[in-house]
Design a protein around this ligand. Structure first.
Ligand code: ISE
Length: 337
């Protein structure tokens, strides 16, 4: 591998544009070589101030460009499968934003293609694993500093949703992060998912039932619950409280200065995921680049993408029937042990 990753960023929307800035300004060992978007104007706007990058409208053209030796996929999830298979065919490092693909069957196809390749090329963009507080809670759990972990309580609140955000996306696009976080914290697979729909806000667009209460169980019986509330208006919040045999740990929520001025006290509510997880994204992408330059991956794998897709599938079924739905997983290939 060369000394530098020459990355094609596929998708110049909110996340893609954020990654382009990150790669060109803060990440060492990588440059943006190409930006692809079906809206060529958006790709052109995204490469402004990014020297050496070309704007294209077709992902395959970028993958065939001799100047490209890595790919970052930031298109909507339903477009991932095709690009992933083509990029695996090129045997180049891949950072794929979550979800790996929107359902377990297509995610399994990706796992099979990577297993056939014989080595790991795909890192999935579950950035929370790189958040400093997530890392602290993870190490308290692994080192059993407070005895056994018994329960996890998650709050996941967004100020609002973009157009086209469906009821299923509360699970597939939002709770997918908690599925990964719970697997990361416990080191276990998730065995079942249940969704309860209670009183709903009048602020949700038609078709969305918001908020929802998601109940999750892991292999050893750790119980986790998620309040997913995507039209919470007040701002952005991702927080977790963990109950142990010998203590309670809380992470997340707002941070920053506590200010008293002009008859008011307090601080600022976090606006969105870019603010909440900006530092985690930087660490995540640097970890991907450093590992990719050694021919490795530096974070969650295609198996993690597949396992969370299986959880999402159970979650969407549970949204519809209100039952506790078992998560079905194929046997884990040796590549991911
Ligand atoms: C969005 O796609 C994200 O990944 C955010 O982290 C999450 O909070 C939000 O719910 C998703 O829609």
């Amino acid at each position: 591998m060369s000394e530098t990753l020459r990355v094609a960023v596929i998708g110049a929307g909110r996340m893609g544009a954020d990654h382009i800035q990150r790669l060109s300004k803060r990440i060492h060992g990588a440059d943006v070589a190409a930006v692809v978007d079906v809206d060529l104007g958006r790709a052109q706007a995204a490469i402004e101030g990014v020297p050496g990058a070309v704007a294209l409208a077709d992902a395959e053209e970028a993958l065939n460009n001799g100047d490209v030796n890595a790919v970052l996929i930031a298109t909507p999830g339903f477009l991932h499968e095709d690009i992933l298979l083509k990029a695996l065919g090129k045997d180049i490092p891949i950072l794929c934003e979550k979800p790996l693909t929107p359902d377990a069957e297509s995610a399994w196809k990706i796992v099979e293609a990577e297993v056939a390749l014989g080595h790991k090329r795909i890192q999935v963009g579950f950035m929370r694993r790189f958040d400093a507080e997530y890392a602290t809670l993870g190490s308290i759990i692994r080192n059993q500093e407070l005895g056994e972990l018994l329960m996890l309580h998650h709050q996941h609140r967004n100020p609002g949703t973009p157009p086209g955000f469906t009821n299923e996306m509360l699970i597939n696009d939002s709770v997918v992060h908690e599925f990964d976080a719970i697997r990361f914290f416990t080191g276990e697979e998730i065995t079942s998912v249940q969704v309860r729909l209670g009183k709903a806000t009048r602020n949700a667009p038609t078709g969305q039932h918001d908020p929802q209460h998601v109940l999750i169980e892991t292999e050893s019986g750790v119980l986790a619950d998620v309040e997913i509330y995507v039209n919470a208006k007040f701002g952005y919040e991702v927080a977790t409280q963990a109950s142990f045999e010998d203590g309670i740990v809380s992470i997340g929520g707002d941070r920053g200065a506590y200010i008293r001025s002009n008859g008011h006290w307090g601080g600022n509510v976090t606006a969105g995921f870019e603010e909440r997880f900006g530092a985690a994204y930087d660490v995540e992408i640097q970890s991907w680049v450093d590992a990719a330059l050694k021919g490795e991956i530096g974070g969650p794998s295609a198996w993690d993408g597949y396992a969370t897709a299986a959880c999402c599938e159970a979650g969407v079924e549970a949204q519809k029937n209100g039952e506790k739905v078992a998560v079905k997983l194929n046997a884990k290939p040796g590549l991911y042990e």
